[in-house]
Design a protein around this ligand. Sequence first.
Ligand SMILES: Cc1ncc(COP(=O)(O)O)c(C=O)c1O
Length: 146
Amino acid sequence: MSTTHTSWAEPYKIKMVEPLFMTTREQREEALKEAGYNTFLLKSEHVYIDLLTDSGTSAMSDRQWAGMMLGDEAYAGSRNFYNLEAAIQRYYGYKHIIPTHQGRGAENLISRILIKPGDIVPGNMYFTTTKLHQEMAGGAFASSTI
Ligand SMILES: Cc1ncc(COP(=O)(O)O)c(C=O)c1O
């Protein structure tokens, strides 16, 4: 069977589901008020569709789960680091890679590397942590949307 055939149907089966609780508009308004309109202070059970981040929020494939089981969790030099390094070098061509545990960690590193004090950093949109990391590195965030 060909694996390149395209179709409107998703070429995978979902093996696990996580129930979500639907909220009413009144419940959402109350939760927002209680959180002081700060989305970071909302309880996830009050959020039906979470658009705060896409990091680690989607389903993992059977191959990703298998990779976790096959990898070792050594503090340094783990097998999965070398798998990741080889895959990135193969698909992106970078010689060196630095894995980070979160997007905001990567953002901090790249801001410290690329931004010099006094730099103006233009952007048309920012993630919640982006402005802070750019400012901590001495830059000034400039956006036409704010
Ligand atoms: C620029 C940027 N910063 C930060 C994040 C947040 O990532 P995390 O929740 O893994 O820290 C993202 C996520 O997509 C991002 O794109």
